[in-house]
Design a protein around this ligand. Structure first.
Ligand code: SF4
Length: 92
């Protein structure tokens, strides 16, 4: 049985990236967080921990909502992209 890597699965998706950012994080609140669950739940690796600070890039977001559920600090301002923008699954 062939297995497909996460990277290969993500590569068949297409993104129409909206210049209006649909998810924002409050980095000051993130600085107070002791678990950084967002890093572990995001299937697209949109969250990264670098030099003790969380960085976030919305462009590869799969719109799953996991980070919004996982963050118990209120650091994430989460919405879907505007209609017509965001991810198109299994495009390739
Ligand atoms: Fe990652 Fe899902 Fe949050 Fe998008 S909605 S940033 S894919 S966890």
């Amino acid at each position: 049985m062939n297995t497909i890597s996460i990277e290969d699965k993500l590569a068949v998706n297409k993104f129409d990236i909206d210049k209006d950012v649909h998810i924002r994080i409050d980095e000051d609140i993130c600085q107070t967080c002791n678990h950084h669950a967002c890093i572990y739940v995001c299937p697209a690796n949109c969250y990264k921990l670098s030099d003790g600070r969380i960085t976030f890039s919305y462009e590869g977001c799969l719109e799953c909502g996991s980070c919004n559920v996982a963050c118990d600090k209120g650091a994430i301002d989460w919405t879907l992209p505007r209609p017509g923008f965001g991810i198109c699954y299994q495009y390739g």
